[in-house]
Design a protein around this ligand. Structure first.
Ligand code: ATP
Length: 356
């Protein structure tokens, strides 16, 4: 089914104390989509969310909801709820009454409240927890209550501002899967904010990478990972080797004083570019192995360090005066001279970005 745009931001500018925090932001989010705003601390993610929720007013630009301008609509009249990093549950109310709070305000009949609360408890895996005090719950359970409370009145959009940020790593991973399942079961639009790239890639239909109040790239997790728009996105999404280079002509790149084959085209002749090579795309070679690895770009270097990282070794290698990071399942002796193989496909050429 073709989905329509539900939320559209058009030319949103937001200033605080003469500082421009959002610089003419354009973003559209489809009905039912799971979109994540990803970027470093202070880049304007929360401000974007708060403008959509109605807690902040943009200085310029329009917020549209289903095609209608909602700039002047107060938060409680927008069909949008928010879950914050801190659970913000009512401490004097038990789990059931926390979830039922909004329904009671709307004078929903008690029988309907009871039915909906039970449904929510089941949905967030807290069946049987209704009469527990919120103080007796773990952080993860409290956050589930906060999510249940935010979705019980069936908003069209759920905004989630680093909702898993206060949880430990294992629980965060579990909750990521639960949230994704929850999104699949509810016909609701999720707009999620995080600075954790893995979280963004795991859960979202669409990732929006931001820096300094601007959107650098919007795409599926696979697109963002495989085809980052510039060196900032490449580096933010996964640790990368980023080297200045010169695009000599189509499919020919020079960096660190050497010319290599690549597959990219469409750059200006002799354009200054960034060359991005992912640590997992560099293959380490035993002596004499080079000839069977063609087509390849071969480099030789000296191992500076080798650290075990749980699933792979992170090896630092000095080659052509650059300190390379390589991920490999084989370990290497510090000081050893090794061969490195990069296929032309794995040399990613990026236009130099203004934003770094
Ligand atoms: P984080 O991940 O740290 O929450 P963020 O990307 O969500 O970061 P924002 O919270 O949107 O970033 O903040 C962007 C910038 O705007 C920051 O420099 C912040 O200090 C500033 N800012 C946010 N709200 C206000 C405010 N009410 N008054 C003044 N400055 C503000």
């Amino acid at each position: 089914m073709e989905r329509n745009e539900l939320i559209e931001l058009k030319g949103i500018v937001k200033r605080f104390d003469d500082e421009t925090i959002l610089k003419s932001l354009d973003l559209s989010i489809k009905d039912g989509e799971f979109v994540t705003l990803l970027g470093p601390s202070g880049c304007g993610k929360t401000t974007t969310l708060r403008i959509i929720a109605g807690f902040e007013t943009p200085d310029e630009g329009e917020v549209l909801f289903a095609g209608k301008n909602i700039n002047k609509v107060p938060p409680n009249k927008r069909n949008i709820n928010t879950v914050f990093q801190r659970y913000a549950l009512f401490p004097h109310l038990n789990v059931k009454d926390n979830i039922a709070f909004g329904l009671k305000l709307r004078k929903t009949p008690q029988s309907e409240i009871d039915r909906k609360v039970e449904e929510m408890l089941e949905l967030v895996n807290l069946k049987g927890f209704g009469s527990r005090s919120t103080a007796s719950l773990s952080g993860g359970q409290q956050q589930r209550v906060a999510i249940a409370r935010a979705i019980v009145n069936e908003p069209k959009v759920l905004l989630l501002d680093e909702p898993l940020g206060a949880l430990d790593l294992k629980l965060r991973k579990e909750m990521q899967i639960e949230l994704k399942k929850l999104h699949e079961r509810l016909d609701m639009t999720f707009l999620y904010v995080t600075h954790d790239q893995e979280e963004a890639l795991t859960m979202s239909d669409t990732v929006v990478v931001m820096n300094h109040g601007e959107i650098l790239q919007k795409g599926t997790p696979i697109d963002i990972y495989n085809e980052p728009a510039n060196a900032f996105v490449a580096d933010f999404i996964g640790e990368s080797n980023i080297i200045p280079g010169i695009m000599k002509q189509d499919k020919i790149i020079e960096f660190l004083g050497t010319v290599y084959d690549c597959v990219d085209t469409g750059f200006d002749k002799n354009e200054n570019v960034d060359v991005v090579i992912r640590p997992e795309d560099i293959v380490l070679l035993e002596e004499g192995e080079a000839s069977i690895q063609q087509p390849a770009n071969l480099l030789k270097g000296r191992v500076l360090s080798c650290l075990f990282k749980g699933v792979h070794y992170e090896i630092s290698v000095d080659a052509l005066g650059y300190k390379w990071i390589i991920h490999s399942t084989q370990s290497e002796e510090v000081g050893a001279i090794i061969g490195m193989n990069v296929t032309p496909m794995d040399i990613h050429i990026m236009h130099k970005s203004e934003v770094k």
